[in-house]
Design a protein around this ligand. Structure first.
Ligand code: A3P
Length: 319
């Protein structure tokens, strides 16, 4: 019997089992063999009970802030690297391991009543996130927010412009959404990131291959925007938070005790021109998303979920 020093041995191991280079973390406390070698100083309670998965630009920050108004709902601490979001399940951060992830969460003072959660809006369309999340936190609730995918695409484009994404500054929205296969690669890449998260049914189906329907909560983003109190009532009965419409901001904001309002920052509810109705943006996007929206309506039917009003309007255009 031969052996090697640890690093060389590890190299040898991965030569023999290359498929194991990509780990799939499980909760160490769920398996006795893991629990036995898990440090006594550590706990398995520093994991989220629910995830807000996005997609981006649907109101995820509003939902996040409304949720943390509740004293028992606690989020992760911000990550300086990834614009505050942890982005564990979708990216290479996953390879940093579960200790790295757990360090973002406090040890809950009461495990049964405190709800830890995390919001990373890129989880929604990630190929890897559903499988990885289901492996580590199989009981977690998954919350997604849907708005008209055309509005989402436009809001995302404006978001990229204000972050000074060079391609977004260089090309008009119309150029982005209509770019063909021969367009420059930077434009094609931007187009993909702009449009693909809006294939709602495809992404939701992927989550549902790993999580039971009962754990999925779909929020109508339009309703969240115009009537946040009702939506928050439906989400885990988050009550006792008060809103007031701020006409200057044009959105509902938190009503503080002294009668003032606390709104989201400038980067949420941005001021930008509406989609130009002269150019055929709407027609293009409506036809681009038609099949995806039809699929979404079938899926929601199957799940016994109501259709959001924007989806009903879109489907009427199909007929
Ligand atoms: P716009 O800035 O394009 O209007 P996310 O947080 O997922 O990035 O979503 C941002 C979007 O949340 C904003 O897009 C805005 O329309 C929407 N939103 C919903 N409710 C809001 C609120 N109460 N305050 C600010 N923005 C809100």
């Amino acid at each position: 019997l031969q052996t090697l020093p640890p690093v060389q041995l590890a190299h040898k191991y991965f030569e023999l089992f290359p498929e194991q280079k990509d780990p799939l973390w499980q909760n160490p406390c769920d398996d006795k063999r893991h629990r036995d070698i898990w440090s006594r100083e550590k706990t398995c309670d520093r994991l989220p009970k629910f995830l807000v998965i996005g997609p981006q630009k649907t109101g995820t920050t509003a939902l996040y802030l409304f949720l943390i108004m509740h004293p028992s709902i606690i989020s992760n601490s911000p990550s300086p690297k990834t614009f505050e979001e942890v982005q564990f399940f979708n990216r290479n951060n996953y390879h940093r391991g579960i200790d790295w992830y757990m360090d973002f969460f406090p040890v809950p003072s009461n495990v049964s009543t405190d709800f830890l959660f995390e919001k990373s809006a890129n989880y929604f369309h990630s190929e890897e996130a559903p499988k990885r999340a289901a492996s580590l936190i199989p009981k977690a609730k998954i919350i997604t927010i849907l708005i008209d995918p055309s509005d989402r695409a436009y809001s995302w484009y404006q978001h990229q412009r204000s972050h000074e994404d060079l391609a977004a500054l260089k090309f008009s929205f119309y150029q982005v959404i209509t770019a063909g296969p021969r367009a420059p690669s930077e434009l094609r890449a931007l187009q993909k990131r702009c449009l693909v998260p809006g294939w709602y049914a495809t992404h939701i189906e992927r989550w549902l291959t790993y999580f039971p329907t009962s754990q999925l909560l779909i929020i109508d983003g339009q309703q969240l925007r115009i009537d946040p109190a009702t939506v928050m009532d439906e989400v885990q009965n988050v009550q006792n938070i008060h809103f007031r419409f701020d006409s200057h901001k044009g959105f509902w904001c938190q009503l503080l005790e002294e009668g003032k309002t606390k709104c989201l920052g400038k980067s949420k509810g941005r001021k930008y021109p509406p989609m130009d109705s002269e150019v055929n943006h709407w027609l293009f996007l409506s036809s681009y998303y038609r099949d995806h929206n039809v699929e979404l309506s079938k899926l929601l039917h199957k799940l016994g979920q109501p259709l959001p009003s924007w989806l009903r309007q879109e489907l009427q255009k199909v007929r």
